[in-house]
Design a protein around this ligand. Structure first.
Ligand SMILES: [Zn+2]
Length: 104
C-alpha cells in the first residue's frame, strides 16, 4: 500500500485520509497539523497518490524575527510584547501556507 509523503507545507507525517461515499472523486488526504489537504482522489489510494504528486506551493517569504521587528506596520502598543506580535505573524504565515496548500 502506498503511504502518504510528509506534508509539503509543514513536514508533518500526521496525514490522514478522508473518504466519503457518494459522488466522485470522494477522498482526500489532510495534514492534521497545518490543515493542508487535497487534491481529491477516487478512493483512499487515489487520494494518497494525488497527495504524493502535488506540487510544491509558491514560496511565501519567510521573515526573520529581526525583519518582523523592523516592520513599520507593527504598532507600539503598551502591554503587547514583540514576542506576541512575532507569534501572531508566524500564525498568519502558517495560515497563508496552509491556505495556498488547500484545494488546487
Ligand atoms: Zn502540514
Amino acid at each position: 500500500m502506498t503511504e502518504p509523503l510528509p506534508c509539503p507545507f509543514c513536514g508533518s507525517t500526521n496525514i490522514r485520509a478522508h473518504v466519503y461515499g457518494g459522488g466522485e472523486p470522494d477522498a482526500f488526504m489532510q495534514c492534521h497539523d497545518c490543515s493542508a489537504d487535497g487534491p481529491n482522489g477516487l478512493n483512499r489510494e487515489g487520494a494518497i497518490e494525488a497527495w504524493n504528486r502535488r506540487t510544491q506551493p509558491a514560496q511565501v517569504p519567510t521573515l526573520t524575527d529581526e525583519e518582523i521587528e523592523r516592520l513599520d506596520c507593527i504598532p507600539n502598543v503598551p502591554g503587547i510584547q514583540f514576542g506576541d506580535v512575532a507569534k501572531f505573524a508566524r500564525a498568519i504565515e502558517a495560515a497563508l501556507i496552509a491556505k495556498m496548500g488547500g484545494k488546487p
